[in-house]
Design a protein around this ligand. Structure first.
Ligand SMILES: Nc1ncnc2c1ncn2[C@@H]1O[C@H](COP(=O)(O)OP(=O)(O)O)[C@@H](O)[C@H]1O
Ligand SMILES: [Mg+2]
Length: 396
């Protein structure tokens, strides 16, 4: 009989539903997508999954829906509903990553506390608010990085190298609105130097399989907005075992049982330091890059683990794949730039529409500094060609 996967919450990147639906079908399973009527109605009608409307995306409503659907497993593939899905699993007596682990992962101060208590971070950190940051900054060893306790996409993040920077950070927030949503509560961390990469993997019954390391291109200080990614990382050969060992200790300390992992880490000297870790696959087309680079189906691997406990297999790559975003400062229109890529033969696909407006200008009082007018995928046997095309496209 067909298996049933209850997917809690329409993902922020709705295009991820397509591979998730396909991969469930490969496993002989059907996705039942639970969300509010309004959110489900906005989905493309052609998406071939069951729609389970609830009055609100809260525990009582989703649990009632889950009891009616009687799923074989309950998952979320999107940030805001990870903990809710975990609570539903616990109520149903299902295995999987517990709600306490989801909380420790999504709340950045909580993550740091767990890492510190387990000797896994050198970062010093403080909790504050946007209003109190300038006073705190006077007492801290600068530079530091200030960020919302829990958010994504570098929204509201800023490097603070002076007290003046601490005052500038307030401009990234609408004071009244961010306070209403608690988004004015900040984590402040000592600045970690070195090179930043990400790591993609899957934890099954507590054991991490690392798929790859991924290189990252971002705007650098002060905002660190992501411009592109390349896979596999140029650091793979030298660093993969060390990053794997470190992240295994992190996921064990955090209590992750069976979840995808997208971790952002810095390589400093010969040490690995965590910036943050998610119990979902990376956004920013990381899933598409994994599929192309490794002929891997990330959602299939995750759903298979949830349905039957099987661990994934990993293959080797002989091509570098990359993604870059047409990144535009928030108050500007897409530039009338050139499409003369330095390596046109490495351009695999472009998704760009000059008429597309910003999807979001702010989130709960946190103003976004840039928006994306599209993206492009690149591939080449030569890493340097992919990097050159990404740099050409993405520099805002
Ligand atoms: N302590 C830190 N030291 C150095 N860079 C940091 C630090 N914290 C964050 N950053 C930079 O800011 C980016 C965004 O921070 P992050 O915590 O990942 O927030 P988000 O959840 O919005 O992605 C990181 O990818 C990194 O480049
Ligand atoms: Mg991040």
């Amino acid at each position: 009989m067909a298996k049933t996967i209850l997917l809690v919450g329409v993902p922020w990147s709705t295009h991820e539903l397509t591979p998730a639906i396909r991969d469930a079908a490969t496993l002989g399973a059907r996705l039942h997508l639970v969300d509010t009527e309004e959110t489900l109605a906005a989905l493309h009608p052609g998406l071939d999954c069951e729609r389970v409307p609830v009055a609100a995306l809260d525990l009582a409503s989703v649990l009632a829906a889950a009891r009616a659907v009687r799923p074989d497993c309950v998952v979320s593939i999107t940030e805001l509903t990870m903990e809710l899905a975990a609570r539903v699993r616990e109520e149903l007596g299902h295995d999987g990553t517990p709600a306490a682990a989801e909380r420790a992962v999504s709340d950045k101060p909580a993550t740091r506390e767990v890492l510190r208590d387990n000797g896994l971070t050198q970062v010093r950190f403080w909790s504050t608010t946007t209003a109190e940051l300038p006073a705190l900054a006077r007492t801290l060893p600068l530079p530091v990085v200030a960020k919302p306790r829990s958010l994504t996409g570098s929204a509201g993040v800023r490097m603070i190298a002076s007290v003046a920077d601490a005052e500038l950070l307030a401009r990234q927030y609408d004071a009244a609105r961010s306070a209403r949503f608690g988004r004015d509560r900040l984590l402040v961390e000592t600045y970690v130097g070195g090179v930043e990469i990400s790591a993609e993997g899957l934890v099954v019954d507590g054991e991490l399989t690392l798929f790859t390391l991924t290189d990252k291109v971002n705007t650098q200080a002060p905002y660190f907005v992501e411009l592109g990614h390349l896979m596999p990382s140029r650091f793979s050969a030298g660093w993969q075992p060390r990053v794997h060992g470190y992240l295994q200790r992190c996921v064990t300390a955090l209590g992750v049982r069976t979840s995808p992992v997208h971790a952002e880490v810095k390589l400093v000297g010969d040490q690995v330091e965590l910036i943050e870790l998610h119990t979902r696959f990376g956004g920013d087309n990381i899933v598409a890059l994994l599929e192309e680079t490794f002929a891997l189906r990330p959602f299939e691997a995750y759903f298979a683990a949830m349905l039957g406990g099987s661990a994934p297999r990993v293959s080797r790559a002989n091509t570098t794949w990359g993604v870059a975003f047409f990144t535009v400062p928030m108050d500007q229109a897409p530039p009338a730039g050139s499409f003369a890529f330095p390596h046109p033969e490495a351009v695999m696909r472009i998704d760009f529409d000059r008429r597309t407006p910003p999807k979001l200008r702010e989130y709960e009082g946190v103003r976004l500094m840039y928006w994306r007018a599209g993206h492009a995928l690149f591939a080449s046997a030569d890493y340097a060609e992919v990097l050159a095309d990404i740099t050409f496209l993405a520099a805002p």
